[in-house]
Write a protein that binds this ligand. Structure first.
Ligand SMILES: NC(=O)c1ccc[n+]([C@@H]2O[C@H](COP(=O)([O-])OP(=O)(O)OC[C@H]3O[C@@H](n4cnc5c(N)ncnc54)[C@H](O)[C@@H]3O)[C@@H](O)[C@H]2O)c1
Length: 123
């Protein structure tokens, strides 16, 4: 699979920081970069290696440097950029499941499912 998406370490001047690294696309970004020999730093709300672990073996996963933090916390982001020495950032941190929008989510919640509020949801 890695052969379909070749990444060259020469394209990067230094470490790469991937936000949303524990997610679907972030896991692929981590795996492809690490496979290419790029120093990779992972940033996500919490350190959860389950999804990247489906694509990388323990040795590869162990070479990724993990940082827990909130992308909305500017100081935390500045600190991790400084600490990692990142020369590039692949920004994937997001809440893609909110694509329905606030009103649709409110309708689903109140009329149908009586679900608790999803993370980040505001009336
Ligand atoms: N999955 C797809 O098919 C697809 C297609 C096109 C575009 N995208 C876009 O790519 C991006 C990532 O999608 P995905 O499918 O990997 O989503 P995902 O939900 O699998 O991963 C998102 C990651 O972001 C993290 N995250 C959320 N809020 C955060 C915050 N405040 N601080 C730090 N981390 C935070 C989550 O913990 C999660 O690990 C989104 O912007 C999405 O819209 C995805």
């Amino acid at each position: 699979m890695f052969d379909f998406f070749p990444v060259s370490a020469k394209e990067f001047d230094g470490p790469v920081l991937v936000t949303g690294a524990g997610g679907c696309i972030g896991s692929w970004a981590l795996a492809l970069l690490e496979h290419a020999g790029v120093e990779v730093h992972a940033f996500d709300l919490q350190i959860d290696k389950r999804r990247p672990g489906m694509l990388m073996d323990d040795a590869a996963l162990g070479r990724v440097v993990w940082h827990a933090g909130d992308i909305a916390d500017t100081q935390a982001v500045k600190a991790v950029v400084k600490k990692s020495g990142a020369q590039a950032i692949i920004h994937l941190a997001a809440l893609p499941t909110l694509w329905l929008g606030h009103w649709s989510m409110w309708w689903v919640r109140s009329m149908c499912l009586k679900l608790p509020r999803p993370m980040g949801f505001k009336d």
